[in-house]
Design a protein around this ligand. Structure first.
Ligand code: 13P
Length: 337
């Protein structure tokens, strides 16, 4: 009989509930250096450690952010970084009541003998890294694996995605980090919403099977699903009400009520779409806290407003606060466009 380590159980449950609190969600600001560089280049900035720090400092020092944001996911560089005034980035977050989080996967590589699909690296040495991240102040983690509908998805890709997530979740919990479990079903493709539902049901069934096998404690995890929507190139679009109905149907079928929070990714939806869809999902009570963990749908306007210019710094922070508040309202089902 295998007995799981229970040292961190109470803390894991407390952390998960702190993140999944009414009217709050997660700011995903964990872009890899390459992806962050693309965002910075789009406003004419060079991709240096210094410009990444300036941008992340703008985000974490936004006054009042903690009212709407309960957790922030960082890339490793940011977790150990200090602001221009020498303060730890993590400290900027914790003093606003925001829980620091860390992206722990090592990215996607091709999966042999699949339909051009990928698998997610990062299990080697993960326990040691998680221990270091906990010491540095992180209290939750994220691992993003992807599922592509147009590429299949093949059974080996689904299985590998689910198994990797389950192994990661067990390792993170044993180190005191609440795992965010993210099998991102990509928006790309012409599939209709029913095909998306079928694939989402398949990946979540596999993920929960392997999480159970790996003795993951469901009260101490958070999920980061994509919403159930038609593909980006589908002929027929869906209203927020339809997206909400499909997504909630999928979640009710697959996710036990023991799970405290569902924190959606925005996945390429516009800022407004992401807010409207979330609002539609919160029109009646759900078994879990249903909220957001957006990157692009919280940051697009910030970057556009900032343009890398000191004179726009305050306005950019205000635009972050405005998006955060809109999604906070949507978490409460009270967003008014
Ligand atoms: P988007 O909200 O931009 O999809 O990013 C969320 C995220 O962290 C993906 O892993």
């Amino acid at each position: 009989v295998v007995v799981r380590a229970t040292k961190y159980d109470e803390e894991l449950v407390a952390t998960a509930h702190k993140i999944a609190t009414a009217g709050r969600g997660i700011l995903a600001m964990d872009e890899s250096n390459a992806t962050c560089g693309k965002r910075l280049q789009s406003i004419g900035l060079e991709n240096t450690e210094d410009s990444r720090r300036t941008y992340r400092e703008l985000l974490v020092t936004t006054p009042g952010l903690g009212k709407y944001i309960s957790g922030a996911i960082m890339f490793e560089e940011t977790l150990f970084q200090k602001t221009s005034t020498g303060k730890r980035m993590t400290e900027c977050l914790t003093e606003q009541g925001i829980v620091p989080g860390i992206k722990v996967d090592k990215g996607l590589v091709p999966l042999a003998n699949s339909n051009g699909e990928s698998w997610c690296m990062g299990l080697d040495g993960l326990d040691t890294r998680c221990g270091d991240y906990y010491k540095a102040g992180a209290r939750f983690a994220k691992w993003r694996s992807v599922v592509s509908i147009p590429a299949g998805p093949s059974l080996i890709a689904l299985r590998d995605c689910a198994y990797g997530l389950a192994r990661y979740a067990a390792i993170a919990q044993n180190a005191g980090l609440v795992p965010i479990v993210e099998p991102e079903v990509l928006l790309d493709g012409e599939q209709d919403i029913d095909q998306c539902l079928e694939v989402q049901e398949a990946i979540w069934a596999e993920t929960f099977k392997y999480m159970a096998d790996n003795k993951v404690m469901f009260e101490g995890i958070l999920l980061k699903p994509a919403m159930v929507t038609p593909g980006a190139d589908a002929k027929v679009k869906s209203s927020p009400e339809t997206v909400a109905a499909y997504t909630l149907k999928m979640l009710r079928r697959r996710v036990p009520p023991a799970v405290p929070g569902i924190m959606f990714l925005s996945g390429g939806q516009s800022e407004l779409e992401a807010t409207l869809n979330l609002n539609a999902m919160n029109q009646s009570p759900n078994p879990w806290h249903v909220s957001f963990s957006y990157a692009r749908a919280l940051q697009n306007s910030v970057l556009k407003t900032w343009q890398g210019k000191p004179e726009n710094y305050k306005a950019a922070q205000e635009s972050l606060l405005q998006r955060a508040k809109a999604n906070s309202d949507a978490q409460l089902g009270k967003y008014d466009a």
